[in-house]
Design a binder for this molecule. Structure first.
Ligand code: NI
Length: 154
């Protein structure tokens, strides 16, 4: 760890402190580390277009809306290579919340998520990106446990 001294406007500090209180962070450093991480992650995915990523897409829609549930289902089937799984919650009489895990090239994932969010009747649409290797660290496909399988290809 390194200790940094940075200068921040009073207004921004006040916003950070509100954020810290709302989220229950123990101190400013932890909150600022998380904010920096999420900013870097988002921008690196935007820059490194075409990299593999995992994303969660969440949104609310009215299941009574004409044709919308059918259209969404069709879109997810058309992009079944990206859509890994969907959680559906009936949050009220009319509204449904869905959270879908998407996996694939970041450009494709982003285009699909943007398209769903832009559907008429879809509300509170939000997509969060993570690098596909977020949990494992960088590795190449064709790594040891693939290569060591019986009868594996060269
Ligand atoms: Ni529902």
């Amino acid at each position: 760890m390194q200790r940094l001294t940075i200068t921040i406007d009073d207004d921004l500090v006040a916003s950070v402190d509100d954020y810290i209180e709302a989220r229950g962070y123990a101190n400013r450093s932890e909150a600022i580390r998380d904010l920096v991480r999420s900013g870097l992650q988002q921008s690196s995915l935007e820059v490194a277009q075409g990299r593999d990523c995992i994303a969660t897409l969440s949104y609310v829609y009215d299941h009574e809306a004409r044709e919308l549930p059918k259209r969404l289902t069709q879109e997810f089937h058309d992009h079944h290579h990206l859509a890994q799984a969907t959680l559906h919650v009936h949050i009220s009489h009319d509204s449904c919340l869905e959270v879908t895990v998407l996996r694939g090239r970041s450009t494709e994932v982003k285009a699909f998520a943007d398209h769903v969010i832009a559907e008429r009747g879809v509300r509170h649409g939000h997509v969060v990106f993570m690098p596909a290797d977020a949990e494992a660290g960088p590795h190449q496909h064709g790594h040891a446990h693939h290569a060591s399988k019986k009868g594996s290809r060269p």
